[in-house]
Ligand binder design. Structure first.
Ligand SMILES: [Zn+2]
Ligand SMILES: [Zn+2]
Length: 558
């Protein structure tokens, strides 16, 4: 074993001991040992055993552990600490700049965060600043170093890669004006997570190489029909090469999911080398409606297009309201009035303010007196801002037993209630279903918030049976949220058609924690466009009048 490896082990041991709140004296002695070993001019493996114990800065205990490592190649006590520490915590310790053991201990033990993804989400929700030792500056630098680290992993959220994908495309289009160049693949299909960017081009390999290598990109793989580059951003950039004649056929091929393409080929046949003047021509030639790229997933859509029954896509400007938002009353960064004015400036008709409920202490959730005080402020603002309207809501925690977070006395004062799970996320499907179904059956629940609790690229949601929840929502007249935050996109789009079939309304909600958060509606729309949803089936597209009528009907449940 090398000195460097021994030193690394001591250093990690010292930090893990600190995180676990062990005797700081002991922890420090291993930090000193790490430092000492690293600086030694000779390899320890060449030392006689006795001499190890006489090195300055190496005590009895550290000396024994050096011998152990030299003899066995491992350090048992370190292995034990690693075993009782969540992987995400160790990853944080090793990968996130600016986070020492003390802060990580607070993150783990007090904030109950166990992964880097959750930590990033907490930064974005302004949650770190509620804890001792975490100012706004620290929060911001933690956020930046997490983002940097995650980007080096190569997978991106759609929202993270969007600007890069578009400007890269434009750059090449401008440079090679006489050639065809189109984005395709995952990005064009508007998927929430992008693992690679794909283009179809009439450029040659040589042209691509000349241009990209000069700009700092490296060739990863090269084949007959494609070439892959990688740059500093660590994104896979795949280029499919097409002839001028076959360009649109090639584009079509890579714009479809495999299931879709197979079904298409079975129905209409498909010649990869045929010359079409556009993608649309491929559809019109077969006398079927044009299916946008983002809808080319499931084979069933082909049947609808054949019957010319494709629904009208929901668009970003079909959003008439912000439903699900947080203000300074809980963990948002803007005041209620600022949120309302921003919604007015965007031309929206109403705002549903749904701060966190009392159990969500980590998010400054509202105790009963503060609920009432907030309602007073809403009443005053509504007088001032009419005809714009703020609705009184709450994002009520779904408690461990499935109950909502307030007594009926308080619940009935809200215009509507969004029920979400925020705590004890590691649970079996049975437990998750019990909590969700109980909450759905509560007469005060209007909307089921972020159904599975997943955070894309950082945390899997708890296991649920989507169909059973959809059935319960249908039976109890509960709306299902499509949380539009680009890291959530929860309910997953693949289940939305099943909800629509049961006449369950969807609500595309930004879960905005600031005015800027309103813009996240866009990512909800991109996901929703992959389904058959129309604006009539989306609650946040209801006019103020329709929304009020909807609430009156909901009140019948109470
Ligand atoms: Zn929530
Ligand atoms: Zn929320």
């Amino acid at each position: 074993m090398t000195n460097a490896a021994i030193s690394d082990n001591f250093s990690l041991l010292s930090k893990l001991m600190d995180i676990h709140g062990e005797n700081s004296f002991k922890a420090k002695s291993y930090a000193i040992a790490a430092f000492t070993v690293e600086k030694l001019p000779e390899e320890l493996s060449a030392f006689p055993k006795e001499k190890i114990f006489s090195i300055k800065g190496i005590g009895e205990s550290a000396g024994q552990k050096i011998v152990e490592q030299l003899e066995t190649g491992t350090l048992q006590v370190l292995a034990d600490y690693i075993q009782k520490t969540p992987e995400g915590i160790i990853e944080m310790l090793q990968r996130i700049k600016g986070l020492g053991p003390k802060k990580i201990s607070t993150i783990w033990k007090e904030m109950n965060i166990e992964s880097i993804g959750e930590l990033l989400y907490a930064c974005n929700e302004n949650r770190l600043t509620l804890y001792k030792g975490f100012g706004e500056k620290t929060q911001e630098s933690v956020r930046k170093s997490i983002e940097f680290y995650l980007n080096t992993l190569g997978s991106y959220l759609y929202a993270q890669i969007e600007t890069y994908a578009l400007s890269f495309t434009n750059g090449l289009k401008q440079y090679f004006k006489d050639y065809k160049f189109e984005l395709s693949g995952e990005f064009k299909r508007q998927l929430g997570v992008i693992e690679q960017l794909e283009w179809i081009t009439t450029l040659t390999v040589e042209q691509l190489k000349n241009f990209l290598i000069t700009n700092g990109y490296e060739v990863e793989t090269e084949a007959n029909d494609q070439i892959i580059f990688k740059g500093n951003e660590n994104v896979v950039l795949r280029f499919y090469l097409a002839t001028e004649e076959a360009f649109y056929a090639t584009l079509f091929k890579h714009n479809c999911s495999e299931t879709f393409l197979n079904k298409w080929t079975e129905e209409f046949g498909f010649e990869e080398t045929k010359n079409y003047p556009s993608e649309a021509a491929i559809f019109s030639k077969n006398n079927i409606d044009f299916i946008p790229v983002y809808k080319r997933e499931d084979a069933k859509i082909i049947e609808l297009a054949k019957q010319k029954k494709l629904p009208k896509d929901i668009q970003e400007n079909d959003i008439t309201a912000i439903i699900h938002s947080h203000s300074k009353w809980s963990d948002g960064s803007n005041t209620l009035e600022e949120m309302a004015n921003a919604a007015i400036a965007k031309g929206l008709e109403y705002l549903v303010i749904s701060d966190h409920s009392k159990t969500a202490f980590y998010a400054n959730g509202l105790q009963v007196e503060r609920v009432l005080a907030q309602h007073q402020e809403i009443d005053e603002l509504n007088k001032k801002l009419a005809p714009f309207k703020i609705f009184k809501s709450i994002e009520s925690d779904i408690l461990n037993d499935g109950h909502l977070d307030y007594d009926e006395e308080i619940l009935k004062q809200f215009d509507l209630v969004i029920a979400s799970i925020h705590s004890n996320l590691s649970m079996t499907e049975d437990k998750a279903m019990m909590r969700l179904i109980t909450a759905t059956e509560n007469p005060y629940t209007t909307i089921l918030g972020h159904l599975t609790g997943r955070l894309l690229l950082s945390r899997n949601g708890y296991p649920v049976n989507h169909q059973k929840i959809i059935d319960a929502c249908a039976a109890n007249n509960v709306v299902i949220e499509l949380n539009a935050h680009p890291r959530r996109l929860d309910i997953d789009w693949t289940f939305i058609n099943a909800a629509l079939e049961k006449n369950v309304l969807i609500s595309i909600n930004p879960d905005a924690h600031s005015i800027d958060g309103f813009d996240d509606c866009k990512y909800g729309i991109l996901a929703a466009q992959k389904t058959l949803i129309t604006k009539e089936q989306n609650l946040s597209s209801f006019s103020l009048q329709q929304f009020e009528a909807f609430l009156i009907k909901q009140a019948d449940k109470r």
